[in-house]
Design a protein around this ligand. Sequence first.
Ligand code: NAD
Length: 790
Amino acid sequence: MNILDRYHAMDYGPAPEARNEADAWLAARDFSKALFIGGDWKAASSGKTFDTSEPSSGKLLAKVSDANAADIDAAVAAATKALPKWSASSGYIRAKVLYAIGRAMQRHQRLFAVLESIDNGKPIRESRDIDVPLAIRHFIHHAGWAQALDRDFPGHKGVGVVGQIIPWNFPLLMLAWKIAPALAAGCTVVLKPAEFTPLTAILFADICERAGVPKGGVNIVQGGPEAGAAIVNHPGIQKIAFTGSSEVGKIIRKATAGSGKKLSLELGGKSAFIVFEDADLDSAVEGLVDGIWFNQGQVCCAGSRLLVQEGIADSLIAKVKTRMSRLRVGSPLDKNTDIGPLVDATQLDRVKGLVAEGARQGAICWQPDAALPSTGYYHLPTLATGVSPANILAQEEVFGPVLATMTFRNTEEAIELANNTRYGLAASVWSENVNLALHVAPQLKAGVVWVNGTNMFDAACGFGGYRESGFGREGGREGMFEYLAAKLPLGPVIKPAMPSAQPIEQSDGDVIDRTAKLFIGGKQVRPDGNYSLGIATAKGKLAGEVGLGSRKDIRDAVSAARACKAWPEATAYNRSQVLYYLAENLSGRAAEFAARLTELTGATAKAARDEVEQSIERLFLYAGLADKFEGRVHQPPARAVTLALHEPVGVVGIVAPDASPLLGLVSLVAPALAMGNTVVAVPSERYPLLATDLYQVIEYSDVPAGAINIVTGRTAELAGVLAKHDDVDGLWVFADAETCAKAEAESIGNLKRVWSGNGRGLDWASDEAAGDAFLRRAIEVKNVWVPYGD
Ligand code: NAD
């Protein structure tokens, strides 16, 4: 046998990781007392337990306490008790605790990794080299944020008691992503791991005790959907942070509507892995192995859709198949294993079912010729070709080792295919031409884009989605905001609009009738229904009539806003100039607007002049900030820079208040415009004439058609239409409590970002009713990872 034969004959022998420490830990614990509440280990009050078993063998690992609503009550009570002291403690004290957690985890790193692989089935190489080190990094990174709160988040405070619910695919890492920022912000926590993977959270609770987390600061409850729902609905919780499926995310969005709870949702994905013909194909294939076969594809941001440029499709697919044939499927505790079992029999059945359905719909599903272990929930890596864009494998999140492949001809087609999904979590772009990659990245509807790489994460770089992948970010500065609240100056409680029972008296005098129309796509248009709404002066006389907008008018306005490309694509400097010009033109008609305010609201002449002046000032402010509220560059511990770009949310619906009808409207519309959003505004129901007067100013201020659309009419009805409209990306509602709650509940179709005043207005005249808090809501942060070096 020559050296070459020897080389080819070489095989990997078994390289098992020792599991005796983990088995000893399992044997020593009483899992019937697995609820960590107020610093004590408790049994479930019902006495019930659930089973957790080992995915590689199906064998029972433990019977774990199953929490119910009474246990959640106890955990929330413990977190509430611990809150005052923890939130008042200095940043330095909190930093020391977070650092101690990180250090203690380092000391037990191997036990965490082995337990994670036993409980979840992920290869030990991954839990040892990725999950656990990243979790540790998260705590150590957030120790710094605890001390930097006053410096970096002035005027902000921790939100209070937070409820956190996590999935089974990265049990310890998801726990770290949740608990570290919450503790840094001064919040106390009730966290529920997924029922398939309770173990590393139990070991983590041990660490909390040792690291000096005060009793009740971190409470870890075990259980399934019932315990999760009890957390979501608990009135003593001020914020819910959820990671899991989009389906459950929507249930949670609905359940928390109107509760005033802060909410972040990290949901599913169907991420595109785009390979251009000038890519380094061998690197792309290695990237793909990480992108879709990492953690058996049970990764929210898995690159599960391979989009490959036509000219290189055959050679890339051939390389992928060769590489797939070399993936080693086997025991998660073998250090050479690439692919372990799926987490559970139900997950295996789901993946098999989706593959069968994909094949039935025309996909050709290929698997390497490899033997599966005789026990456990294994699924071979699978490549689906000939996949049409509508195929279930191209649309549904499989959450398994299944790659769907499609081809594209040119850049535009690649972007279109990549965005042809209801999700928007991540994307990978492969090209040796970095200009092309950075041209494509901003056009992808995804919260994270990796250039010539995949699945890169860091505690300093935000992670999170667009669209049905949820909202909110985890990690870094953006992630801290999710656990902090700034005090906005509250205004009065908003009462529901009541159409007047009395007919409005005709006004005296010799005036030429003028009926204000709607303003859609840069044109004044009649309402579709051809109905009008009489608007009374402060003295009850008819001031004029406005169009009674309907569902159809909102639809037209949303289409116009979506079609307007000139505004989001304009430079920030250009947007700034247009906003300045708007301010200038409003200033030219200030006296007229002040008179209108007095006529309609009965405000004194001075108060009316002040409101107009402040509206002009606010336009000036946002004109000036348009090119200043910029993103950042992160330098993660990798050979890469991460560009945290600020992108507009998209089409934003704005339901403006009656109080300060001009200033309130301007205070909401101007920041949305400044950041490049297009707007559909529903102005105050009682005083819409100020908005219809305003569009006359808009018309000659160089605002592109469709950037601002104004639909007058009934607030509650139009807010509901905007909430349900799947092409509206964000919705800001300052209306009565019922309208706000309904808007949140009805937003679940596309999981649009809703900012609701919860039935309260703001003190619009206050300086605090302007600035970063508004701009932050007008943007999405997209993190683009750009590696460097050869
Ligand atoms: P899941 O939604 O079924 O469960 C997630 C968690 O929610 C579990 O703890 C579960 O017990 C709990 N839960 C279930 N029903 C509930 C209810 N009605 N109310 C409250 N809690 C409830 O998701 P899963 O199957 O555990 O995890 C897989 C999903 O998680 C995938 O869709 C994946 O993409 C997503 N995920 C997203 C991210 C991200 O950062 N975006 C990260 C990891 C996983």
